[in-house]
Design a binder for this molecule. Structure first.
Ligand SMILES: Nc1ncnc2c1ncn2[C@@H]1O[C@H](COP(=O)(O)OP(=O)(O)OP(=O)(O)O)[C@@H](O)[C@H]1O
Length: 310
């Protein structure tokens, strides 16, 4: 498989605040056209990493490059190709939606064409609020406007810091759709999130960070296959008092007064032989349920293995 070229290259990126190491020698390539989710608990260093790439934070050591340019030495050039959606809402309450977008474009020396403005407003479902003061927007609309602001100069890489914090489920799904669309149009997207469901739904690759250290970077699908588990439940037609030996040997157990055989196994193992063993033992199986453990369990497991939390 061809790996697309890196758009963001971090090499030994380190940031210290006095004794505190907020970023500890992070080396990472983010590839063109991917959605990369950066996961980590509060204070892990996610915002600091984004800050270093977007030129808001000066690294103590190491380098950050965007499209081959150093974010320190070539600040202006890199800033032009990076869009940043911060955690905090940061627009002037006295401007309208349209003014907010136009002024933002002005900071980049870009004249926002009517067509581009309409496209952004439309994509973020803010067309009807074009002339509304930003004070009048609901929380969800403000979040969308923040994304719009980050897009006015047509960045190649978009950083989203907790894009859906405090947003309702419906809007969250709309925003996901929009982020996917941006990726499909060629924008590279880096997002931080506390919602593992969000990373599971959106990310092509996942990085996990804790106490400034990058613990893991992996394709989401491969990560799920490698560390994911499933719980398999066989619903029986009749209660059973003793498990057949073949199932016991696989680590299954009887639950729910003998009506259900339950087994937990890695996703990499096949479930067919378990079902076959039940049928071979002459059991009447009424239903088969499986439940996959998600990213959440993998994440919690990894952080606790790291000796940190929870
Ligand atoms: N300007 C600063 N001065 C001193 N310490 C800072 C500064 N900015 C960040 N830190 C510290 O650096 C560490 C990493 O912070 P950062 O904001 O990058 O974490 P985060 O992973 O984004 O957390 P959250 O999920 O809470 O947003 C924290 O311990 C934080 O207190």
């Amino acid at each position: 498989m061809n790996v697309p070229p890196p758009v963001v290259e971090l090499d030994g990126l380190t940031k210290r605040y006095g004794d505190l190491t907020a970023l500890d020698a992070v080396t990472l390539d983010i590839r063109a056209g991917e959605i990369f989710a950066l996961l980590g608990p509060n204070g892990a260093g996610k915002t600091t990493l984004i800050g270093c790439v977007s030129g808001l934070v000066i690294p103590t050591a190491g380098t950050a490059r965007v499209l081959g340019r150093d974010t320190q030495r070539e600040y202006r050039e890199t800033r032009r190709v990076v869009g940043l959606v911060p955690q905090e809402i940061n627009f002037d309450p006295f401007f309208t939606v349209e003014e907010t977008l136009r002024f933002q474009a002005g900071y980049f020396g870009v004249k926002l064409s009517e067509a581009r403005l309409a496209e952004i407003l439309d994509a973020l479902d803010l067309g009807r609020k074009r002339k509304a003061g930003t004070r009048e927007l609901s929380g969800g609309m403000k979040r969308r406007l923040l994304i719009g602001k980050a897009l006015v100069h047509d960045p190649k890489v978009l950083f989203l810091d907790e894009p859906t914090a405090g947003v309702d489920v419906e809007l969250r799904r709309d925003l996901w759709k929009y982020v996917r669309r941006l990726r499909d149009q060629g924008t590279t997207v880096v997002l931080t999130t506390h919602y593992l469901e969000e990373a599971e739904a959106l990310a092509d690759r996942i990085g996990m960070i804790d106490r400034g250290k990058l613990l893991l970077v992996e394709e989401k699908a491969a990560l799920m296959r490698r560390l994911g588990r499933r719980t398999l439940r066989l619903q029986l037609a009749e209660p059973l008092t003793r498990l057949p030996g073949a199932l016991e040997a696989k680590g299954a157990r009887l639950v729910e007064t003998g009506m259900v055989i339950e087994l937990e196994q890695p996703l990499s193992e096949e479930l067919g032989p378990v079902v076959a063993a039940a049928l071979e033992a002459g059991l009447s199986v009424r239903d088969v349920e499986t439940r996959r453990t998600g990213l959440e369990e993998i994440y919690v497991g990894l952080l606790s293995k790291d000796g940190v939390r929870p």
